[in-house]
Design a protein around this ligand. Structure first.
Ligand SMILES: [Zn+2]
Length: 75
């Protein structure tokens, strides 16, 4: 399974995929560590490495995601 971003520093410069709202955002927006979208209450453990999730399960996702776009985990 893809790693979540509990260690923010380790994921510096990367994109984050939120388990709650399934949207992409940049890791720099996760400080303090919570989902940057106001209508989402996703926290640190909901932020997953976009690149790892893409590599492991979603090769059809773009290398660089569109910020705020929905990338459904299933379907
Ligand atoms: Zn979210």
């Amino acid at each position: 399974m893809a790693a979540n971003i509990t260690d923010i520093k380790e994921f510096e410069g990367e994109w984050v995929w939120c388990l709650h709202c399934e949207r992409a955002s940049h890791v720099s927006e996760w400080t303090p560590p919570e989902c940057p979208f106001e209508d989402c209450d996703g926290g640190l453990f909901d932020g997953w490495s976009y690149s790892e999730l893409r590599a492991q399960a979603h090769p059809e996702w773009p290398q660089t995601p569109v910020r705020g776009k929905l990338y459904p985990q299933y379907g």
